[in-house]
Design a protein around this ligand. Structure first.
Ligand SMILES: [Fe+2]
Ligand SMILES: [Fe+2]
Length: 304
């Protein structure tokens, strides 16, 4: 089934999921979540941004999360290219864009009034990133829905973990709100992929294999992205173990039951085998990472 046929076949399901998505929406306002009273303190301190002491990985996560949300125009372009602007597909892309827009608004205001980031540095990074227009570009709509199903869940978890590590009720509430939205986006794509599996299991497994084996979080165009990613992983906000245990395993085995699919074509079977090998490799890396972290924590506990 080519992309065009797939989108036509999936359209009724996209419409159903879009309606479910709209019904589950609980209107919220970015300005109402921002602790504006902190601006007064910031002014008294002579706008000394960046003096709040956040762990390195949490600072990186805030910056990368916000800049990724700032890059929204190019995600919208990619999604519109993949799904087109008609029918439920177009309505979804527009609605999703409007919802994602709230995320950068609320994060920026929260971070600025709380003095968590140097606004000039943030703006310099935003200019570099948005001017580069670099976003993941899945080759087909089939690949695109598989990628975003994984990515929206990964973003949900990353936002949630960042919020927990902020040690700030206002910041926690902001990041939880974002996390809830990302989950609703994830559910749209997750269930779309389930329908895709019903329609053409082999094509879907092939797309899942390509997208999961080569999966990377967005953010490549952000200055210092590799260093930020390392810091984010070291802080336990998003790393191999989280990717494996909380994203890939539940999706592939519990949700999509890829291991139990029957009647795959030769190519579909080959893709499934490759996907299973990849998952088991990542599982081993994740286990080693978790063991190292546990050993380090034990050493630290002994030393203190
Ligand atoms: Fe978002
Ligand atoms: Fe999202």
């Amino acid at each position: 089934m080519d992309d065009k046929a797939l989108l036509i076949e999936l359209q009724p399901e996209a419409e159903r999921l879009l309606n479910r998505h709209l019904e589950s929406f609980d209107e919220w306002y970015p300005h109402a979540m921002v602790p504006w009273e902190r601006a007064e303190r910031l002014q008294k301190d002579g706008f000394a941004y960046g003096t709040a002491t956040l762990p390195e990985g949490v600072e990186s996560a805030l910056l990368v999360n916000l800049l990724t949300e700032d890059n929204l125009p190019w995600y919208t372009r990619t999604i519109s290219r993949m799904f087109g602007g008609d029918s439920a597909w177009g309505t979804w892309a527009q609605r999703w864009t409007a919802e994602e827009g709230k995320h950068s608004i609320v994060m920026r205001d929260y971070m600025l009034v709380s003095g968590l980031v140097d606004p000039q540095h943030l703006e310099d990074c935003r200019m570099v990133q948005v001017s580069s227009a670099i976003v993941p570009e899945p080759p087909t709509a089939a690949d695109g829905m598989c990628y975003v199903a994984v990515q929206e869940l990964a973003t949900r978890i990353s936002h949630r973990n960042t919020g927990t590590m902020l040690n700030d009720k206002a910041g926690y509430d902001v990041m939880m709100k974002l996390s809830t939205d990302e989950n609703r986006h994830h559910l749209f794509y997750r269930d779309l992929v389930s329908k895709f599996l019903e329609l053409d299991a082999s094509a879907c497994v092939e797309a899942l294999e390509r997208q999961i084996v080569n999966f990377a979080m967005p953010g490549v165009g952000i200055p210092g992205f590799a260093e930020h990613s390392k810091a984010i992983a070291a802080a336990g906000i998003y790393d191999f173990a989280i990717h494996h245990e909380r994203i890939i395993m539940p999706l592939v085995f519990r949700q999509w039951k890829v291991d139990q699919l029957e009647g795959l074509t030769a190519n579909g079977e080959k893709a499934r085998e490759s996907l299973m090998r990849h998952i088991s490799r990542v599982g081993k890396v994740a286990q080693r990472q978790a063991d190292r972290r546990a050993a380090a924590a034990e050493e630290e506990a002994k030393a203190s």
